[in-house]
Design a protein around this ligand. Structure first.
Ligand code: COA
Length: 178
């Protein structure tokens, strides 16, 4: 356990735990998209498509390139975050945050904040002191990152489709941990 809210614990998953978590992580994506989230998928995402996306990260989890964090409450996964370390020789200090998702039924309880702080703590401990991410401009996640002192790099218009098919801008952020 790395961080906790009052009723939810945030854990890092090892590769076996990650494999076991994939069906729940897929459900998390499907529910988030149904509630309007733009997280790589459109409205017709299925459990199978979402599970396939998580499966493509198994090798990265096994090698340690990516660390997966989950928030667990009442025995079920209610949140996720990935910390993906750069593999480039010239950026051993950099990592990217992704898949910050909290189940629609438990939002505004500090779960995403706990997931982000766990990922930031891990990055700092590993010497990954420069973090980057991007998110839907004007979204709850946009507010989340600003509340955690992430800095805006800029906005790319029409970056990705919302679940309803409309192109929408993305805001890119960075955060220096030292
Ligand atoms: C963005 C998301 C992860 C936030 O999860 P959460 O657990 O509800 O967030 P928290 O409760 O930890 O919120 C922390 C802070 O973020 C900001 N925030 C979170 N949701 C917000 C919202 N809907 N509107 C405005 N600010 C918001 C607030 O500053 C909040 O602090 P406060 O509640 O004390 O005001 C969640 O809404 C989500 O899963 N969205 C869909 C997936 C997504 O878009 N992920 C981002 C991919 S890059």
């Amino acid at each position: 356990m790395t961080e906790a809210t009052s009723t939810v614990d945030v854990h890092e998953l090892d590769v076996d735990g990650y494999r076991r978590a994939i069906p729940e992580l897929a459900g998390l994506i499907v529910r988030a998209v149904a509630h309007g989230a733009s997280v790589n998928f459109t409205a017709n995402v299925t459990i199978e498509l979402a599970a396939a996306w998580w499966r493509t990260r198994i090798d990265a989890i096994a090698s340690g390139q990516t660390t997966a964090f989950v928030a667990v409450g009442d025995g079920r996964i209610v949140g996720s975050t990935l910390l993906a370390r750069s593999l480039n020789q010239n950026s051993p200090h950099r990592a990217e945050i992704g898949k910050v998702i909290v189940d629609p039924s438990v939002r505004r309880r500090g779960i995403a904040r706990a997931l982000m702080l766990a990922a930031e703590d891990r990055a700092r401990a590993d010497g990954r002191w420069l973090l980057v991410l991007d998110t839907v401009t004007g979204s709850p996640a946009d507010s989340l990152y600003r509340s955690l002192d992430w800095q805006e790099t800029g906005i790319v218009p029409d970056y990705a489709l919302l679940p309803d098919g409309r192109p929408w801008p993305a805001t890119f952020f960075w955060k220096r941990l030292r």
